[in-house]
Each structure stands twice: as structure tokens, then as C-alpha cells.
Write a protein that binds this ligand. Structure first.
Ligand SMILES: Cc1ncc(COP(=O)(O)O)c(C=O)c1O
Length: 280
């Protein structure tokens, strides 16, 4: 799925996209539920998995696919999925990877609805969660053996506690635990968890990736093997797909993501310095 053209910088990749029909600079919005085939054989080939033509927009849509390619390029992942909200991306990732009797290790102070998903829904299906201090490597190392999944959020919501992703990914690999991180706050402009060895990255794209406060959306990027497991066992049956219209809005947002994040950083630093100067 990922565009292999690594000669272009991320900024350029986000702005340029020259493969659209009739020379369109922005990807066409495929506002359709179903897709037809040129021949019966083309349909057979698609259902055999020999081609990738879109079939039905709950499963795949060409506008959404352009967004997924760009997210793979940005995060350095092999495959990606798009959802109708950030919490849909999170719930699909978690519910798709655990089963009754499993234990999840999760950093404290994660996004509150992620906490509720773990405590209300996962618990109802016999999946327990152990919350740990994400800044304490010893506590994480201790909690990992026997766990199925380690859920990270760095920085965490509101308290902005950070985790050492390189060292945590190494610990999790050694314990055979799948790692998932919510990267909504840092975005791939400031943090690329997959390069640190994390397996799956989730986003509330409703925030910085959209950038215009006009979309609620979620994204999931990761290894081909894990995304394939989710698409074959879970995501089509939970049905929380992203619409083509909203994918187009996110693609527009991505064009300015690096610029906006730089500006956020500059402004935040000005405020932080002013606040520091007001301290006694
Ligand atoms: C860090 C973080 N993760 C996940 C979510 C959930 O995303 P959404 O509101 O798009 O479902 C949010 C929403 O505020 C968030 O801030």
C-alpha cells in the first residue's frame, strides 16, 4: 500500500499526488457504495484476492485508500485503516487483538473514553486491564509477562506524561506482547512510534490531522500482518468505516500538517516561557 517513492520529503509527499483520473490534483471523492467490474473474470480475480479493485465502501474506497497511503508514508507503516472516529480506531484495534481471558497492560491517564472502553466493554467480555505508570520501565517490565497487549499513549491526555518508546518496544517484544500507541497528540510530525518498534499506531484524526475542526475520524497504521489480521477477523464486521467525503477533508488537512504543527510548537513555547516568567 505504501508509496515506495522515497526520493520526496514528507512535506512534498503530503502536498503532491499526481495519479488521479483526468489530471485532478485533489483526489476525486468516490461517493458510491458499490463498484462494478469490467468483466465477470475481473470480479472473480478480485474475490480471489488477485487484484485490489474496490468492491464496497464499507471495506474499501479509492478516496480513503489515498489517505491510507499517505498515512503509511507519514508513520512508516506497511498498511493502514480508516475509521469514523478515533475511538472506533482504538476499539477496533483492541477488540480485534484480544479474547476472553487476556490481560491488557495500559498506561495510566490514557484518553478517558479509552479507559471506559477497557473498563466497561473489555471487562464485560472477560478481558482485564492492568494500569501502569508509563514513566516507570520497571513497572512495565514487571507487568508484561503473560499480557496480550500493551496500550500506550505518549504524551498522555491532559497530564502529558511521556513514555520511552524504544525501550518499551524492546521489553514488549521480549515478552511477546503486541504494542499499540495513541499518537494523536504528537502526530507523526513529532513522533514516529513504528520506527521505535511499536506495532500499531492509532490516531484521533479529529484533532491535528484534520486540523480544521470539521471532521471526526480515526486512523490505524501498522505492520501488514496485524492490519491483515484486523481486516480478516474484525473491522469489516464492526463497520465503523470512514466516508469518502471525510477522507477528502483529512487529505486536505494533511497538506498543511507539518506547517501547522511547527506553528503550534512555536506558539506553545512562547506561552510556556511567559508562564515560567510569572512563577515566583
Ligand atoms: C488522545 C485522544 N485519543 C483518542 C480520542 C478519541 O477520538 P475521537 O473523538 O475522534 O473518537 C481523543 C479525542 O479527544 C483524544 O484526544
Amino acid at each position: 500500500m505504501a508509496n515506495k517513492d522515497t526520493r520526496l520529503s514528507v512535506d512534498t509527499l503530503l502536498v503532491h499526488d499526481q495519479r488521479h483520473s483526468k489530471g485532478a490534483v485533489a483526489p476525486p471523492i468516490y461517493q458510491t457504495s458499490l463498484f462494478t467490474f469490467d468483466s465477470y473474470q475481473a470480479m472473480v480475480d478480485r474475490f480471489r484476492g488477485d487484484t485490489e479493485q474496490a468492491v464496497y465502501s464499507r471495506i474499501d474506497n479509492p478516496t480513503v485508500s489515498v489517505l491510507l497511503e499517505k498515512m503509511c508514508q507519514l508513520e512508516g507503516g506497511e498498511k493502514a485503516l480508516a475509521f469514523s472516529s478515533g475511538i472506533a480506531a482504538i476499539s477496533n484495534a483492541i477488540l480485534g487483538l484480544v479474547k476472553a481471558g487476556d490481560r491488557i497492560v495500559c498506561v495510566r491517564h490514557c484518553y478517558p473514553d479509552t479507559y471506559r472502553l477497557l473498563q466497561l466493554i473489555c471487562a464485560r467480555f472477560g478481558v482485564t486491564t492492568q494500569f501502569v505508570d508509563g514513566t516507570d520501565l520497571k513497572e512495565i517490565e514487571h507487568a508484561l509477562p503473560g499480557a496480550k497487549l500493551l496500550y500506550l499513549e505518549s504524551p498522555t491526555t491532559q497530564l502529558f506524561e511521556e513514555q520511552d518508546l524504544n525501550r518499551i518496544a524492546t521489553l514488549a517484544r521480549a515478552a511477546d506482547v503486541i504494542t499499540v500507541i495513541d499518537n494523536s497528540w504528537a502526530t507523526p510530525i513529532f513522533q514516529k512510534p513504528i520506527e521505535s518498534g511499536i506495532d500499531l499506531v492509532v490516531h484521533s484524526a479529529s484533532k491535528y490531522i484534520s486540523g480544521h475542526s470539521d471532521t471526526v475520524a480515526g486512523l490505524l497504521v501498522g505492520t501488514g500482518a496485524l492490519i491483515d489480521k484486523l481486516t480478516s477477523e474484525t473491522t469489516p464486521y464492526l463497520g465503523a468505516k470512514l466516508s469518502a467525503q471525510e477522507a477528502a477533508l483529512l487529505l486536505r488537512g494533511l497538506r498543511t500538517l507539518p506547517l501547522r504543527l511547527q506553528r503550534h510548537q512555536t506558539s506553545a513555547l512562547v506561552i510556556a516561557k511567559r508562564l515560567r516568567n510569572t512563577l515566583p
